[in-house]
Each structure stands twice: as C-alpha cells, then as structure tokens.
Design a protein around this ligand. Sequence first.
Ligand code: ZN
Ligand code: ZN
Length: 159
Amino acid sequence: MNTTTQTDTLKRVKQILENYLVDKKLRKTPERFALLEAIYTRDDHFDAETLYVEMKMKNYKVSRATVYNTLDILQECKLVIKHQFGSKLARYEKSFGYQQHDHLICVECNKILEFCDPRIRNIQSMVEDIYGFKIDSHSLNFYGTCSEDCAERQRRKER
Ligand SMILES: [Zn+2]
Ligand SMILES: [Zn+2]
C-alpha cells in the first residue's frame, strides 16, 4: 500500500469508528483511535496480547481490557476480522479495503499464508440459492506444512 492510500484508509476507518461510537453513545477515547491506527499499520494476523505489548512499548496507557473491548467494537463495525486458527489464540486482522481471502496455516512453524480464489464466492452464491440462505461471512482454513523443511519435521514426529 502506498502512503497516500494508507493515509486515506486511516482517515476513512477513523470516521467509521467515530460514527459507530457516536451512534452507540460510547466514549471517543484517544486510546480507541490509537489502537485502530496501530492495527491499520500492521500487515499480519496478530493476537490481542501482541497488540497490547505494542501499545505499551509506544507508551500508551491502555489496559488489556481496553484492547479486548476495542477489538470487539472494531469487529462490530467490520473494521477487524477475528479468526480462530486451530485451537490457538484468536487472531485478528484489519478488513477495511482489504481483499476477502482465505488462509493456509502451517502446523509446524505457525506461518499463515493468504490466498484468494473467486470460485469460493461462486460456491457461496450457489449455496445461497439452493438453501435460500443469506451468507454474511465465511471462514476457510487449510492446515498443513508450508515447506519441505516443515513437512520433514512433521514426518520425523510421526515416526
Ligand atoms: Zn512451516
Ligand atoms: Zn488474512
């Protein structure tokens, strides 16, 4: 993402959050906006603790409760998506202006890869037609090994 688009995206997501907070009569605390900005400058699938530590390092006075509470709010306004990869901690990622995608998760090194296949959207609309069901979201995760090294590590464990 180039700098102009990023500034623009930040402006728009802050506006969405602000409207939501006003609408729900919630407080517009600077911490909530700082968290949103921190999330939109990341490019990964992070857990709440990582975000909390990042904010502490930047000297923000945030509590874990504020981090979790803000992540919930951001999910409500669809600015953040929450993932449950395997039995591990919940992971989050930004979602505004970010292409819909699915995930490949390496069970050896925990690497997360993203892929995008338009056929998944076709399956979705077909299922909607057949069952008369309106789909809002989906999650599709493939688990396996990301490289020959990771595959080898897994084979060694199985032996
Ligand atoms: Zn791996
Ligand atoms: Zn992702």
